[in-house]
Write a protein of this length. Structure first.
Length: 162
């Protein structure tokens, strides 16, 4: 962030945040399919724990602690330079989300936007209840901090899937 600010102190930044549990699972699946991760998801997330090391490959958990990232950005840039979007908004309401982006950037509105899934991959199996519960418990207080920092209702990020 400091290098970005040094490069252009007037830059506008757009952050897209995904449910941290599913972000972690997606990240692990990607690394597994690329052949970089040999361990199970369950072992991987417990091995990493709450370690804040941001290794590109094995940072499944640590990259999901968004509140510190938000606070850091807010400490360096004004509110007018920052836009926060939930990935669910992009998926569920792409036109509305992109309207927010174009307004934020001072650009003309885009026409009709059609949803298109890209960079998607099949998973070998769904995330286990135990692993999801472990991560929901781990991320709970950070999610609540994100709610305060950004003013979102993230109750959907706190629920364990049925």
């Amino acid at each position: 962030m400091e290098r970005i600010k040094a490069y252009n102190p007037n830059i506008k930044l757009i952050f897209v945040f995904r449910d941290p549990v599913y972000r972690a699972y997606s990240h692990w699946n990607m690394e597994r399919q690329r052949g970089f991760e040999k361990d199970s998801f369950s072992n991987s997330i417990r091995r990493e724990g709450a370690d804040k090391d941001q290794s590109r490959i094995s940072s499944y958990v640590s990259r999901g602690f968004y509140s510190s990232q938000i606070k850091h950005a807010k400490s360096l840039f004004s509110g007018e330079q920052l836009l926060f979007i939930k990935q669910e908004e992009l998926l569920d309401e792409p036109g509305s989300a992109l309207q927010r982006v174009t307004n934020f950037l001072g650009l003309s509105a885009m026409g009709d936007v059609q949803y298109k899934r890209v960079h998607s991959r099949e998973y070998e199996y769904p995330i286990s209840f135990e692993d999801e519960r472990f991560l929901r418990d781990l991320f709970r207080s950070d999610i609540e901090e994100v709610e305060r920092e950004v003013g979102w209702d993230l109750s959907d990020w706190k629920k364990i899937s049925d």
